[in-house]
Design a protein around this ligand. Structure first.
Ligand SMILES: [Ca+2]
Ligand SMILES: [Ca+2]
Ligand SMILES: [Ca+2]
Ligand SMILES: [Ca+2]
Length: 306
């Protein structure tokens, strides 16, 4: 159990009425183990991913045609702050093949998987919009055969733009590549990538544009990986040495008992009586306060006499 992990006592009360999923937070993930704690999803008809409980590694794509796969831990993990590590190895690196590390609260939960090829098992084409993994943040692994490989950070199942070259590290070199992903709260995420053979190393910082718990709509979320192959030259992709150390912080800026992450009015007036969304009772014009404008709406619509 992570010694940094704590829960505020009010959560025990909130758990009953607002979000029972927030009431329990799992411990850390240290390795894939025997894989029974993970859901493995295959959205193609190719040969199934191969798992090895001895080395705690999984071959998520098998050089099959248009593969789209994912693996997620079955229990949502604390994501207010976290450090994630894993090793990735690609054989037969080719364009339109790749993978993502994903944190998500998609409605499919641990069964979420996106589309194949350029969608990396995370995104989706216009023809298959429900495949996109939403309420999510992804760190991409974008392979190429001639150009430098790339890595970027994306949200809500939308890929494209923003990835940066990982040179001098080549993600498709067939060497074991170690990823270290750090999120300290706030709106930045740091990705450190190391080739464990050449020891070449690069660190990139990406802006999320919002806090990660806000993007994934929760202080807990499913964590795991997606991967794809293309219809052309196709890659093998292996994951191992997965660790996820997360911390759960349920910030409640206005102290109304509704955590910021699900509070429609995170700065409502001190002492205001609020509804389950953290909105003050009587805020009929939905601007998070209760004032004469709200009273005017009521007066205009008053239909008495009682
Ligand atoms: Ca609040
Ligand atoms: Ca509020
Ligand atoms: Ca108002
Ligand atoms: Ca107002």
């Amino acid at each position: 159990m992570n010694p940094l992990h704590f829960e505020k006592s009010f959560l025990i009360v909130l758990a009953v009425t607002i979000s029972s999923s927030n009431s329990s937070v799992s411990g850390d993930i240290i390795g894939f183990g025997d894989f029974t704690a993970f859901e493995i999803n295959v959205a193609d008809s190719g040969s199934l991913p191969t798992t090895d409980s001895m080395s705690e590694s999984i071959q998520l794509t098998n050089q099959g045609f248009l593969e789209a796969r994912s693996i997620f831990h079955k229990v949502p993990q604390p994501v207010s702050q976290f450090e994630a590590r894993f090793r990735y190895r690609a054989g037969n690196a080719a364009p339109l093949n790749g993978a993502c590390f994903v944190i998500q609260n998609d409605p499919r939960g641990a069964d979420a998987v996106g589309d194949n090829a350029i969608n990396l098992g995370y995104s989706c084409p216009l023809s298959n919009p429900s495949a996109c993994v939403i309420n999510s943040v992804a760190v991409s692994i974008e392979l190429d055969s001639l150009l430098p490989s790339k890595s970027g950070v994306y949200t809500n199942g939308s890929l494209g733009g923003g990835a940066q070259a990982t040179s001098p590290v080549n993600l498709g070199s067939e060497n074991e590549i170690e990823f270290l992903i750090r999120y300290n709260g706030g709106t930045e995420i740091e990705i450190e990538i190391t080739d464990t053979v050449t020891l070449e190393n690069i660190t990139n910082v990406f802006q999320l544009g919002n806090s990660l718990p806000t993007i994934v709509a929760g202080n807990t979320a499913f964590v795991g990986f997606t991967a794809s192959t293309s219809g052309g030259i196709r890659s093998n992709q292996f994951f191992s040495a997965f660790e996820f150390i997360g911390e759960y912080i349920d910030t409640d800026s206005d102290d109304d008992g509704v955590p910021d992450v699900i509070d429609d009015c995170p700065e409502s007036a001190t002492g205001a009586v609020v509804d389950q969304s953290g909105r003050p009772l009587g805020d009929v014009d939905s601007d998070c306060d209760v004032d004469l404008a709200d009273f005017a709406v009521i007066a205009n619509n008053f239909s008495g006499p009682n």
